[in-house]
Design a protein. Structure first.
Length: 275
């Protein structure tokens, strides 16, 4: 869609060249949502592509994903063989309600900043203990876990002019056993519940609930829970008003599916009886 209120497009090549943020500005990365509907309140776009951030970087301690990394770039990354959680990357990329054209344009950072409950890059990075690095509008940086960054349906902790720079995933999180569960009302519909479980070497089981809730929720169990303990923990940490509602699923059904998928994950990770 043409954005006919735009009067200027900035092309900074370094952080120092980023223009002073003013009302009517918007960051432009993939632009798949930005150009999908009228944006009559916008007058200037700040194009991030000339910053040329490396899409993916691996260090001894972290796997860094630039906010401008596309879904296709992430999906195509060849992971080391000891990253047992690597299948999550492809599974979450395929949880998108998007065509291959969107894959080649939409960015990981854009998915986080849209902060939709069904955002699969939120699911992936929250489950893998991702840490957001934010360039503050007034200078400096701020870091925070992805699970805290998203606060609700299309709501997050970015202040006006803040810019999500990258998400850092600990290598240790990528070496854990994981289980993925996902459901939607239609074969190619938007996610209604997306749960990821992981099991650490010390026996800690972690469950990350997304899509069924308006924000990501992580539950951690130092000791393997039985089915009752898991249900009780979900009931305590996910109140009924935290379940999302829209045409893709009502809260009661989403809650039911969350409990069901969580038990499937527990059973697969622990090899435990379901009752």
């Amino acid at each position: 869609m043409d954005l006919n209120t735009i009067t200027a497009v900035a092309h900074p090549q370094t952080r120092a060249q980023l223009p002073v943020w003013t009302p009517g500005d918007a960051w432009l990365a993939g632009g798949t949502w930005l150009f999908s509907e009228p944006q009559v309140h916008l007058t200037r776009l700040i194009d991030l592509t000339d910053l040329k951030w490396p899409a993916l970087t691996v260090t001894e301690s972290h796997f860094s994903i630039a906010a401008t990394c596309t879904v296709a770039q992430l999906d195509g990354f060849v992971c080391p063989p000891d990253w047992f959680a690597a299948p999550l990357i492809n599974q979450c990329c395929r949880a998108f309600l998007a065509s291959f054209k969107i894959w080649k344009t939409a960015t990981v950072g854009g998915n986080l900043c849209m902060s939709l409950p069904a955002g699969p890059m939120i699911s992936l990075t929250a489950a893998l203990e991702g840490i957001c690095t934010i360039w503050k509008a007034g200078g400096g940086e701020q870091t925070m876990p992805v699970v805290d960054f998203v606060t609700g349906n299309q709501s997050n902790l970015l202040a006006p002019g803040d810019l999500l720079r990258q998400i850092d995933i600990p290598i240790a999180a990528l070496k854990r056993r994981t289980v993925f569960r996902h459901i939607s009302l239609a074969p190619v519909g938007r996610s209604a519940a997306l749960l990821i479980g992981s099991l650490d070497a010390d026996g800690t089981l972690t469950l990350t609930v997304t899509a069924s809730t308006v924000r990501p929720v992580r539950l951690s169990f130092a000791q393997p829970p039985d089915a009752k303990a898991l249900r009780e923990a979900i009931a305590q940490q996910i109140p009924d008003d935290l379940y999302h509602t829209d045409i893709h699923g009502k809260p009661l059904w989403r809650k039911h599916m969350t409990l069901r998928l969580a038990e499937e994950i527990r059973d697969e990770l622990l090899g435990a009886p379901s009752s």
